[in-house]
Write a protein that binds this ligand. Structure first.
Ligand code: 13P
Ligand code: SF4
Length: 308
């Protein structure tokens, strides 16, 4: 056994012991490092992870993802301890909208219905009417009273995609995901040329010019489902690189090509196996949304879970 494998095995043994001792579950997003995905009890997209958090019976949730995801778990499970193994793991897109700016925009547009992507802070969720994830955004907007004006925050690209799919004009917020913006139309065109049999799946956070070149537009969990069921053996994947680990693990006979080697979310990569062990040992960093914010934000998240 190599030194790295020995080290990892020792950490995994420690983790199993701590998990039992603390009565904890480990949830990991599809973009996490392979070593973190491999020790998680559940790996999924934002929707799946919030559903898992809502139904878990353990006292502690270790959230291997970014800050807003741990906050969502805290909103849904106010009595549980939610741990984020790296407190600096944030989502830049979530910080592109503030409560003050949102209030100004609501005023400007005569108080539209606010659909808030879960990639947002708890305070912003508390100012919104309903949340959505990339997996259910179209369904949620289609299900709204179509006579009402809709403001979609913070991702302009997801909002633009939803507007097209739902056939509804939507007021967009100028937020974006820096990682998905690195995927360019020329990346897809080049890979299609090199692999003419391959199917192209992309995340709806991509630019419209990339989305229009894709065969499928899916949340990360939708991509994993598609990869399992498609007869195609070669798939070009337009999202953060971490998902390739799970796709290859679940589909050993298929070939996955990343649309861009630049599509790395540095925040998702801050959590390591070592930090997960440390987190459970020290019971750090605890993410707790204050009740006055959590109670309002929960309404928007619950509405999403009811409508999904
Ligand atoms: P998913 O909900 O599709 O996993 O997306 C989360 C995210 O942060 C995408 O950048
Ligand atoms: Fe945020 Fe983009 Fe990273 Fe997702 S990939 S967490 S949207 S920065």
């Amino acid at each position: 056994m190599s030194i790295k494998n020995n080290r990892n095995q020792a950490l995994v043994d420690k983790l199993i012991q701590l998990k039992e001792q603390r009565n904890a579950v480990i949830l990991a997003h599809n973009y996490q490092l392979g070593e973190v995905q491999d020790i998680a009890d559940f790996v999924g997209d934002s929707l799946g992870l919030s559903q898992k958090a809502a139904e878990t019976e353990t006292e502690v949730i270790v959230f291997c993802g970014v800050h807003f995801m741990a906050e969502t778990a805290s909103i849904l499970c106010p009595d549980k301890i939610v741990l984020l193994p790296e407190v600096n793991a944030g989502c830049p897109m979530a910080n592109m909208v503030t409560v003050e700016k949102l209030k100004e925009k609501k005023q400007k547009y005569g108080h539209p219905y606010v659909v808030c992507y879960v990639n947002s802070t708890a305070e912003v969720k508390a100012e919104s009417d309903v949340c959505c994830t990339s997996a259910n955004a179209v369904k949620i907007v289609k299900g709204l009273d179509q006579t009402r004006k809709v403001l979609f925050i913070p991702d302009q690209y997801l909002g633009h995609y939803v507007s097209g799919q739902a056939g509804k004009e939507i007021i967009l917020w100028p937020g974006y995901c820096p990682t998905h913006l690195r995927i360019l139309p020329q990346d897809i065109l080049r890979l299609r040329k090199e692999h003419p049999q391959a199917k192209v799946i992309v995340h709806p956070e991509c630019r419209p010019e990339v989305i229009s070149l894709a065969d499928e537009v899916q949340s990360t969990e939708g991509m994993c489902r598609y990869a399992k069921t498609t007869e195609n053996n070669e798939i070009i994947v337009g999202t953060e690189l971490g998902i390739i680990h799970r796709l290859r693990k679940e589909n050993p006979g298929k070939r996955f090509l990343s649309a861009s080697e630049q599509a790395i979310c540095p925040n998702m990569k801050l959590i390591t196996l070592e930090k997960v062990v440390w987190s459970l040992k020290e019971m750090q960093h605890q993410i707790k949304v204050p009740a006055r914010i959590a109670n309002r934000a929960r309404k928007a998240v619950d509405r999403m879970l009811e409508l999904r």
